[in-house]
Design a protein around this ligand. Sequence first.
Ligand SMILES: Cc1ncc(COP(=O)(O)O)c(C=O)c1O
Length: 371
Amino acid sequence: MIPDFAGAPPRLGTDSTKWSRYAPDVLPMWVADMDVPVAPPIADALAERLRHPVFGYAAVSDRVRQVIADRMGARHGWAVSPEHVVLLPGVVPGFNMAARALVPAGGGLHYHAPTYPPIRAVAAHWGLRDAPLPVESDAAALRRAMTRDDAFLLCNPHNPTGHVYSRAELEALAQACLSAGAWIISDEIHCDLLFDGRRHVPIASLAPEVAARTVTLMSPGKAFNIAGLKIAFAIIQDTALRDRVQACRLGMVDQGSGLGLLAMQAAFTQCDAWLDALVSYLQANRDHLVQRLGRLPGLRVSAPEATFLAWLDLREAGLGADPARVLLERGQVALNPGADFGAPGFARLNFGCPRNLLDEGIARIAACIPT
Ligand SMILES: Cc1ncc(COP(=O)(O)O)c(C=O)c1O
């Protein structure tokens, strides 16, 4: 059966972050969840579990770790053992735990900017030196900036630009980190949403010596649209490194929710065809969006290679210094302001929605751009 991504039920009134922040006449195209229903096997697994009326603390079964390890092998050709898997309630707590565990106070936290706002917040949380580098910069620039026990927080695929790092880029970045004696924290949450036939390469899969310095973070939250179920995981292959990161749960980070664990297993074992169909739908949305927005004067957008997020350069669009605010107030369409990613004049648009909503959003943006 072909999934019906165009027929999503309305989300107004469902206590969704995306749909409750702004007035009901605003079209929300901001925070990164999608306006598509989950795959039927996920809905069925949850419905079945809801028939039992007790929701006490959930255990992480051996099967969960095995399902994750198998998936790393099947999708990425990456040999991971069940004991390498660390369950988490989210990728954001995961990269904060890793930064806290690995980088001493005052050490550098490096990343490619602009970036996802919670990545920009990490250094301040833990008294680290915030060290952004332009996303266009090469590995040599990273090597020059890093010293021993710093960390590079990679975001691959990259949010907000949608860049998918090539194997050669990853090799050069990994080499820069290793030669500096630095750590790699790799947020790969968007790794199941690559376009145009691209294949994801986990940076830790490059070589054992890279894996020994790397904390990889993934989650079914983005690709399977279950971010609200609070489940994610780290893969940490080196035992001492894994123990060190685990010790930084610090009474604040648990292993995720029981319903999340259940949904993740269904997602990773029964939903490959659904995911293929979703990626095709998103890719068509991307092409449609880029073609339509590309016609607007002063608006620059390049096709993201992954994710359901488009990064719009509105600096020449005649909307002033805070274009997202103008689009919200004049056009009733909510995008993420670029300033939150460290790039004023830009905005991020979420195209993970039915085509009719996307067209509505495009029309609202177009109506605001002076011709
Ligand atoms: C790059 C990136 N990392 C992490 C997250 C959030 O992860 P979680 O909800 O698992 O904490 C997002 C959500 O948009 C994201 O884009």
